[in-house]
Design a protein around this ligand. Structure first.
Ligand code: NAD
Length: 323
């Protein structure tokens, strides 16, 4: 039986990934400190004979060494995201120290590392779609939102350095906008979580800026499929892969689509929020679409589920959290 350690297992991607790996007869060891994840996401896994769970912090080196002792691979998901409404300290510290610990443990216990990076590393690069060879173009250090991309870029470099210096095999996955059951219900989970919540309550949906900024959205089983392919495929080692759906949609169009799925007979309500009202300066990414040719070719990754199919399932799941 193959054994995988997942950090951040109580989060959105981690819990869905753990479920699928258990279905495929893996042994799954999970770590989470529940800072952004939820017990409810792993409740169904806790009684599973092939699931072992450690509640703790990825910055705890002894814990990581112990939990990874029998693992063939570590899928490192535990991280903090863009500090949109908070401070950047946790993002910088957790994302760098956590990854240092994972790579050190992988060196000692001879594990492969699958590292969760982000499309945010491409930053403001105007050349679309983003390919893995594209330049990473970030803004000033006084704008704290870039702390997230910077921490992930440092981590990607560290993966390559550990591979070079210590022979630790690693794969880097740059995820693009995941959504689906077990997503975080706030901005932490992405704009779709907030739009669904507002539309269910018939409250105005908050739109940052004019809403013309575009993103691409990937349904969770597609993200999970790409992650498992990267974990299993030996040719993936030493490579960076975009994992995402290529369809581009403006944020305001996404909001309208969600509203109409929930309230087909009502006109959508919006509340426009200027970037100036964010604490500290904020800078948004105008457009974001992945080039997935490399991922298709090397990992046989073909995202199958479109927004029209995945979003209604996500809405049904999220309804249980609306009083
Ligand atoms: N979901 C996406 O669309 C997306 C897009 C790009 C990148 N990513 C990356 O994928 C990974 C997983 O994302 P997600 O959406 O599942 O996020 P999430 O916040 O739902 O899950 C992350 C989990 O890590 C845990 N965690 C955070 N800090 C920890 C710590 N110090 N010790 C132990 N556990 C800790 C949280 O409690 C949470 O359960 C992250 O690294 C994220 O940067 C996700």
């Amino acid at each position: 039986m193959k054994t995988v350690l997942i950090t951040g297992v109580a989060g959105f991607i981690g819990s869905n990934l753990a479920n699928e790996l258990l279905n495929r007869h893996y042994k799954v060891i999970g770590i989470d400190n529940f800072s952004q994840g939820f017990k409810r996401n792993i409740e169904n896994l806790l009684g599973h004979s092939a699931f072992e769970f450690y509640e703790g912090d990825v910055r705890d080196q002894d814990l990581i060494l112990k939990a990874s002792k029998d693992a063939g691979s570590i899928i490192h998901l535990a991280a903090y995201k863009i500090p949109r409404y908070g401070n950047s300290m946790a993002t910088l510290q957790i994302n760098t120290k956590g990854t240092e610990n994972i790579l050190e443990a992988a060196k000692v216990n001879k594990c492969k590392v699958v590292f969760a990076s982000t499309s945010d590393v491409y930053g403001k690069n105007p050349k679309l779609p983003f390919s893995e060879e594209s330049d990473l173009l970030l803004g000033q250090t006084s704008i704290k939102r870039w702390a997230y991309a910077i921490s992930k870029i440092y981590d990607e470099h560290l993966c390559f350095a550990y591979q070079e210096e210590h022979g630790v095999p690693s794969v880097i996955l740059r995820y693009f906008g995941g959504y689906g059951p077990n997503q975080n219900l706030t901005w932490w989970g992405g704009p779709q979580s907030v739009f669904i919540d507002c539309a269910l309550r018939k409250k105005p949906m908050p739109i940052h800026g004019d809403g013309k900024q575009t993103r691409s959205f990937t349904y969770i089983p597609d993200l999970v499929e790409g992650t498992i392919a990267a974990t299993e495929n030996e040719n993936a080692v030493g490579q960076v892969f975009n994992i995402g759906n290529q369809r581009e949609i403006a944020i305001i169009e996404l909001a309208k689509m969600i509203w109409k799925m929930i309230n087909p007979n009502d006109e959508p309500l919006f509340e426009f929020i200027s970037y100036q009202s964010f604490s500290g300066r904020y800078e948004d990414v105008p457009r974001r679409i992945p080039d997935i040719n490399k991922t298709k070719k090397l990992l046989n990754f073909h995202p199958k589920i479109e927004l029209e199919e995945g979003m209604p399932i996500t809405i049904e799941w999220q309804k249980r959290f609306t009083e």
